[in-house]
Design a binder for this molecule. Structure first.
Ligand SMILES: N[C@@H](CCC(=O)N[C@@H](CS)C(=O)NCC(=O)O)C(=O)O
Length: 210
């Protein structure tokens, strides 16, 4: 049973998608970041960077005792290795998957996150909005090119897809039009239909109906 410290945001959805896809048993500890719960001293012991998501695995494979982890990319990689799922074994595919996972964590997530932040701000700061909307558009087009000749981001469905999808879901707020990215749009629609993805988003709705 994995303890999953979660809130209903893109970085949280990545992990709920994995847990649902893998059919791992988990229990949710909601960390309402709108109410500053990420700063509570107990949570900081697990996630010292005061962000969600985080997990605690009480029984790692090697019997070394409970393991706690923050950072969504590290969590996805850990869970993929724990379950032998969604991360190919062969050298090329494995590293291609990790490359796109890191691309999401270091690029798409932070840039689209800033885009969302400045687009929602009551004070309009045109420089910031232009910068992050433009950068989001560039990143969408990079992903669109990657998806030109393939169904999923790497050779097979993987943790790279799970990492990227939740950051495309708010595309309208990010001022993006999916019709400008036909390959990305095709992938997005396939992802949206996956039963595990739907279960993950239904769970979000239950935990935070707003
Ligand atoms: N690099 C981190 C980013 C995590 C992150 O930014 N989480 C946001 C929600 S999506 C958060 O917890 N924000 C609360 C805060 O900044 O205080 C990851 O991939 O896990």
């Amino acid at each position: 049973m994995i303890d999953f410290y979660y809130w209903t945001t893109p970085n949280g959805h990545k992990i709920s998608i994995f847990l649902e896809e893998a059919g791992l048993e988990y229990r949710i500890f909601p960390i309402n970041i709108g109410k500053d719960k990420q700063f509570s001293p107990d949570y900081l012991k697990i996630s010292p960077n005061n962000k969600i998501p985080a997990i605690v695995d009480p029984s790692p494979k090697d019997g070394s005792g409970p393991l706690s982890l923050f950072e969504s990319g590290a969590i996805l990689l850990y869970l993929a290795e724990k379950t032998n799922l969604f991360l190919a074994k062969d050298l090329h595919s494995r590293n291609e998957t990790l490359q796109w996972l890191f691309w999401q964590v270091g690029g798409l997530g932070p840039m689209a996150g800033q885009n969302g932040h400045f687009s929602r701000l009551p004070e309009v700061i045109p420089y910031a909005i232009n910068r992050y909307v433009k950068e989001t558009t560039r990143l969408y087009s990079v992903l669109d090119k990657q998806l030109a000749n393939r169904e999923y981001i790497a050779k097979q469905y993987s943790i790279a897809d799970m990492a990227c999808f939740p950051w495309i879901v708010p595309y309208e707020m990010q001022q993006q039009n999916l019709d400008d990215f036909p390959n990305l749009k095709r992938w997005f629609l396939i992802m949206k239909e996956r039963p595990a993805v739907q279960r993950a988003y239904a769970l979000a709705q239950k935990i935070n109906p707003k």
